[in-house]
Ligand binder design. Structure first.
Ligand SMILES: C[S@@+](CC[C@H](N)C(=O)[O-])C[C@H]1O[C@@H](n2cnc3c(N)ncnc32)[C@H](O)[C@@H]1O
Length: 269
């Protein structure tokens, strides 16, 4: 398909993704977006992007909306991603977890759930497995298929490239060919739901002690980054921590955060 034929549809999809999901595809990423939308065209047997845009904007085809969101979002993740930040987080979290009868943690944009399970494993490794009885981890993502996979808790071997064999042996059971499933003890700590970070304010009545929002903000434009970080702020209890990726800085977005160390910020009031 030549770019000019369905350029109008392409631009409508690009705008929809930006406005509806906060996912920005600048001109430098146009080819990537086209490749991703090809999958949606094949699945629904649409001839071109004009046709896809028409369905998308009709707001009647929720399955098309979800397919476009899923194809556009980059779900790459793995266990123990950015371990230095995670180690530092655990150091900082331990006093709170020990002091509270229940600790609420949110992995926002969790993809297939590796981040949520990693947090549980690290806290259990530091404080003993009994700590899992007083931790609740919520993982959310805009993509339905990744949330379903997170709930299933079955992961291919490649997701464990940064995980040591003893950790795999302790917290996972082999299932199928080169796959592992999380043990129920760990599975029970994590709940997964579909949620669009662009639908603000967020619907939580009780605050979280810790929020992870990693490797997602850089897909958002500056306004959405600021609005997302602001909305996250209101979901944390005062003194709570926000963990971002080492490649994402929120310092310019909202000056009420106290930078603690690379990728970790504290809600001040
Ligand atoms: C690169 S993954 C990050 C996974 C994990 N946080 C990590 O750092 O490894 C980004 C995830 O953000 C999700 N995502 C994209 N736009 C979103 C939105 N508007 N709301 C919620 N999740 C979104 C994608 O579906 C994808 O699973």
């Amino acid at each position: 398909m030549s770019a000019s034929v369905d350029q109008a549809g392409f631009e409508q999809i690009r705008t929809w993704l930006s406005q509806r999901c906060g996912i920005a595809f600048p001109p430098s990423k146009s080819e990537l977006l086209r490749q991703r939308m090809e999958r949606v065209l094949r699945r629904f047997e649409f001839d071109n992007l004009d046709r896809l845009a028409e369905e998308l904007l009709s707001a009647e085809a929720q399955d098309v909306e979800l397919a476009v969101m899923h194809a556009a979002s980059i779900n790459h993740t793995y266990f123990f991603r950015e371990p230095d930040v995670l180690d530092r987080f655990v150091d900082l979290a331990v006093p709170t977890v020990q002091a509270q009868s229940n600790t609420r943690i949110w992995s926002a944009a969790c993809s297939t759930g590796e981040e949520a399970y990693t947090i549980a494993i690290m806290l259990a490794a530091r404080l003993g497995p009994a700590v899992l009885n007083k931790i609740d981890i919520l993982g959310t993502d805009i993509s339905g298929p990744v949330v379903e996979r997170a709930e299933l808790g079955i992961f291919p071997q490649r997701q464990f490239s940064q995980t040591d064999p003893q950790t795999i042996a302790r917290w996972f059971r082999p299932t199928g060919i080169e796959q592992y499933q999380v043990v129920p003890e760990l599975r029970n700590v994590c709940t997964f739901r579909r949620m669009n970070l662009k639908a603000r304010p967020y619907p939580f009545t009780r605050p979280f002690q810790f929020i992870f929002c990693r490797n997602i903000l850089y897909y958002f434009d500056q306004n959405d980054q600021a609005a997302t970080v602001e909305a996250l702020y209101h979901c944390l209890e005062p003194g709570g921590l926000l963990v971002t990726s080492v490649t994402e800085t929120i310092r310019d977005l909202n000056n009420r955060w106290e930078p603690i160390s690379t990728g970790i910020y504290r809600r001040t009031q």
